[in-house]
Ligand binder design. Structure first.
Ligand SMILES: [Zn+2]
Length: 234
């Protein structure tokens, strides 16, 4: 099973999601707190409402506004998809929602050659979300279709996102390219610049192989397959 362990220990805990949730009892003595700091993120990007534990469910702004008003548990990502970049964005609302401790990442957001909005407009909307993620120290879930040169150029403006990605502790502000299907050369380029790559139902096997375990994620996205089935593809 290929999985990515996300961990953040006591002092690195940045959200109430990771507050102590239980006491552990050893030999009858409650001796230390358990932090929900080490958890398994198995599915970094899904649109399923019934996504299980360890899944990061992607929400549109209206969906997030509704759902985060409730006490629903889980991990979520919220952002403006490039396909919606031509529509007006309620930035104050996005900022408020993205700060919710249950929101693990900002996105999916990015650049798409086939989106209705012009590339400069998409870039503007994307940049605002990257800056928000950096302020909140959360990952950015990146949607990128045929705009990888532009993405690589944009990333150079954010050299503070992990350059090596060797630490599995406290993921924090970083770029995760979701649904990566690119060739190994592109994977190498992205990895060199500090990107994480997420692989779904369809992927290039050689690219997956070239991606260190600590830099890769799995996702179901909109697939009918379960995360177990997707993990078993490799
Ligand atoms: Zn998606």
């Amino acid at each position: 099973m290929n999985c990515f362990y996300f961990s953040a220990f006591e002092t690195d805990c940045k959200s109430t999601f990771f507050q102590p949730t239980a006491q552990i009892c050893v030999f009858g003595v409650t001796c230390f707190s358990v932090y929900l700091c080490r958890m398994l993120v198995r599915d970094i990007h899904t649109h399923r409402a019934n996504a299980g534990i360890g899944s990061v469910r992607n929400l549109s702004l209206p969906e997030a506004e509704q759902l985060l008003q409730t006490d629903t548990d889980g991990l979520f990502s919220v952002g403006v998809h490039p396909w919606n970049a031509h529509e007006p964005v309620d930035w104050a609302l996005l900022e408020r929602l993205a700060a919710d401790p249950r929101v693990f990442a900002v996105g999916e957001c990015g650049l798409d050659k086939y989106a209705q909005a012009s590339l400069p407009l998409q870039t503007d909307v994307f940049l605002r979300q990257i800056r928000l993620a950096r302020r909140l120290d959360k990952p950015v879930i990146v949607h990128c279709v045929r705009c990888f040169n532009e993405l690589l150029a944009l990333k150079r403006q954010f050299p503070d996102s992990p350059a090596t990605g060797t630490s599995k502790d406290n993921l924090g502000f970083c770029f995760i390219v979701h649904g990566f299907r690119g060739k190994p050369q592109l994977a190498e380029q992205l990895l060199k610049q500090g990107f994480y790559l997420s692989f779904g139902e369809k992927f290039n096997a050689e690219s997956l192989q070239k991606t260190p375990i600590g830099r890769r994620f799995r996702e179901t996205d909109e697939s009918d397959m379960t995360i177990d089935e997707i993990e078993s593809l490799v």
